[in-house]
Design a binder for this molecule. Structure first.
Ligand code: HEC
Ligand code: HEC
Ligand code: HEC
Ligand code: HEC
Ligand code: HEC
Ligand code: HEC
Length: 444
């Protein structure tokens, strides 16, 4: 009698577990299925209705229209993004083929656009076919590309990256639940089986007590010794490593108030370092240029060229950064005049030796003739400025030991060179031999 009851309870529990599992797995499938379908069902409406090829349109646009039109801002002509919503295609074909004719014929919309744009004349493009214009309009109908949020979050267009990560979480959660249920079920089955066994009078063998592993370990003195030596050594290694990097800020790369790119200025545009950091030649400090220096060029340069944009930083982003410069110096682009309202830019200082160290740029740059890049790295490739060298005492000393002093053409050194080369019996002197290792030279 009892047996039957037990069988019932096993199967009841099993059925319950299976049922729950089914519900959860169905649930998780339902959740994953929805986001995968939804975006695919809604293609960008505007592009589909024109039937044009946006990629070809972009080429045509750049070749024919970009001289006067921008997608998102007014230039000589009005901005063209979403223009297909303003006029129907027949109007646009006629307009592009010959806008002057349309204006003369008295087309109300054409006259209005003409008058809104100071009556400047748009070139006629009779050579463009309607298919070409379709392509161009498809390009102007593309939604505005947003600045990439962060490098590395590449998501296939159309399948929302966010949605798939949600569904991944759902799947993981469901799997974890299934695992938990399996464990619970195994436990229950085990319980029930022991009960059945007991009811049938079968002896369940009790667990034989074994020595726990940590006790066995504690008794083996050799193992304990080896392990403690290992732990001590690795501990010391990490503590030493930690102490040595205190105060060392190599690769420090703070976010600056204006995204000023050395890659674009010193790299692509080949501006000399000393044009901006002019005091490096003659004084202790290299200095950060004042914003007036920036305005020598930026009175005229209010935006970057199209080719400057990178996957990480769009043209709109760079242009916005130049606007920050204008705000800071109080430059009104419309009137081309200073408004007098300025807000100083607080650049974040990157390189910073402790107060008790004396370092002089002109001595290294002008006297020793060392390139900026030797100490600051390939700055002309940095999108964001960073600290290249560790700036530790060892770093200074190493270079003083191995760098020869340039004696030629420097009268100041002729006499000291004669004396010192006699003293050391060498022809060439390193900075170290000239006194570059004396504490007092670098420490006040
Ligand atoms: C020489 C400069 C110039 C070029 C090149 C040019 N446009 Fe225009 N476009 C204008 C101007 C200026 C206007 C404003 C109307 C006017 O003053 O004639 C305009 C207006 C337009 C309009 C109407 C805009 C509105 O808001 O209603 C469309 C559409 C247009 N252009 C499309 C094109 C296309 C497509 C091309 C390239 C195939 C192109 N334009 C090339 C100068 C130009
Ligand atoms: C057009 C002006 C300009 C030119 C050219 C330029 N810089 Fe700079 N530099 C700046 C500005 C502005 C900053 C401060 C913002 C920043 O850190 O990015 C700066 C910062 C730096 C810093 C970090 C300063 C700190 O806070 O520790 C170093 C190092 C540096 N520049 C080196 C160079 C070198 C080397 C070159 C030549 C390859 C160069 N710069 C060319 C304007 C310029
Ligand atoms: C010798 C000329 C010159 C000087 C000086 C100069 N710039 Fe530029 N700057 C340019 C040019 C040219 C571009 C556009 C490059 C392009 O279109 O590829 C530019 C682009 C920019 C941009 C957009 C790209 C980027 O780097 O993020 C910013 C922001 C900028 N400059 C800020 C500054 C600041 C701040 C200073 C002063 C410290 C300065 N510029 C000094 C010539 C100069
Ligand atoms: C021998 C190595 C060395 C060379 C060469 C060198 N620098 Fe420096 N630079 C440093 C050190 C070290 C600091 C940190 C100085 C401090 O904190 O007092 C520094 C700081 C700077 C700073 C931050 C502002 C300042 O004056 O402290 C700028 C900007 C800079 N350097 C630009 C340049 C430029 C541009 C050149 C080339 C003309 C150059 N450096 C050459 C080692 C060097
Ligand atoms: C890339 C190599 C290099 C690095 C790095 C370097 N120096 Fe020098 N340093 C030189 C050379 C070469 C001279 C000799 C210049 C001369 O001709 O007077 C020199 C000279 C000096 C002198 C003058 C020594 C004298 O005898 O009068 C001082 C002080 C000095 N360096 C400080 C520093 C400090 C501080 C650092 C680290 C923050 C540093 N240097 C990093 C190459 C270097
Ligand atoms: C070539 C330049 C140079 C010479 C020569 C030099 N130092 Fe230094 N020293 C430095 C720099 C740079 C630092 C800062 C290192 C840092 O911030 O990590 C420093 C830091 C120190 C510190 C502080 C250590 C710390 O981690 O904060 C002591 C102590 C010191 N030096 C002692 C000496 C003594 C003693 C001598 C002479 C035997 C000497 N230095 C010679 C450049 C030099």
């Amino acid at each position: 009698m009892k047996k039957v009851g037990n069988h019932n309870s096993i199967s009841r529990k099993l059925y319950l577990g299976l049922g729950l599992m089914l519900i959860f797995s169905l649930n998780s499938f339902a959740q994953t299925a929805v986001p995968a379908v939804a975006p695919a069902a809604t293609p960008p409406a505007a592009v589909a209705t024109q039937g044009g090829d946006a990629a070809k349109g972009k080429e045509l646009f750049n070749a024919n229209c970009a001289a006067c039109h921008k997608l998102d801002a007014k230039a000589t002509g009005p901005m063209l993004r979403g223009i297909s919503a303003k006029h129907d295609m027949a109007w646009i074909y006629k307009w592009v083929h010959n806008s002057s004719d349309m204006i003369k014929s008295g087309d109300a919309a054409a006259v209005k656009v003409f008058e809104e744009n100071n009556k400047s004349v748009m070139t006629a493009f009779p050579q463009l076919t309607e298919a070409d214009i379709n392509d161009i309009i498809a390009y102007t109908s593309e939604p505005k590309a947003e600045a990439p949020v962060a490098a590395g979050t590449a998501s296939v267009p159309g399948t929302g990256g966010n949605d798939s990560s949600i569904s991944n979480n759902v799947i993981l959660g469901a799997l974890a639940l299934v695992m938990v249920m399996l464990v619970v079920m195994l436990f229950l089955v085990n319980n029930v089986l022991t009960k059945v066994a007991k009811a049938n009078g079968i002896e369940v063998a009790p667990k034989t007590p074994t020595t726990p592993i940590w006790k066995a370990f504690a008794r083996n003195q050799f193992l304990v010794l080896v392990t403690s030596i290992f732990l001590l050594l690795s501990g010391a290694y990490f503590v030493y490593g930690f102490l040595m990097q205190v105060g060392v800020d190599q690769d420090y790369e703070p976010i600056q108030p204006i995204h000023y790119s050395h890659r674009i200025h010193a790299g692509s545009n080949g501006i000399s370092c000393k044009y901006c950091h002019s005091s490096a030649r003659v004084s202790k400090n290299a200095g950060i240029p004042s914003l007036n220096v920036c305005m020598n060029c930026h009175k005229n340069i209010s935006e970057v060229s199209d080719t400057t944009a990178t996957p990480d930083h769009s043209k709109a982003f760079y242009d916005g950064e130049i606007q920050k410069l204008y705000t800071a110096v109080g430059w009104d682009q419309a009137t081309q005049k200073y408004t007098g309202k300025t807000q100083p830019v607080k650049w974040v200082r990157i390189h910073n030796l402790p107060d008790f160290v004396y370092f002089n740029h002109s001595q290294h740059v002008t006297v020793a003739g060392i390139e900026c890049q030797t100490c600051h790295g390939p700055v002309q490739t940095y999108e964001v400025q960073k600290q290249f060298a560790p700036l530790t005492m060892g770093w200074c000393i190493n270079c003083h030991r191995k760098t020869e002093v340039k004696m030629e053409g420097n009268d100041y050194y002729t006499k000291i060179h004669e004396e010192l080369s006699k003293k050391y019996g060498v022809d060439k002197l390193t900075a170290a031999q000239m006194g570059g290792l004396e504490c007092g030279k670098c420490h006040y």
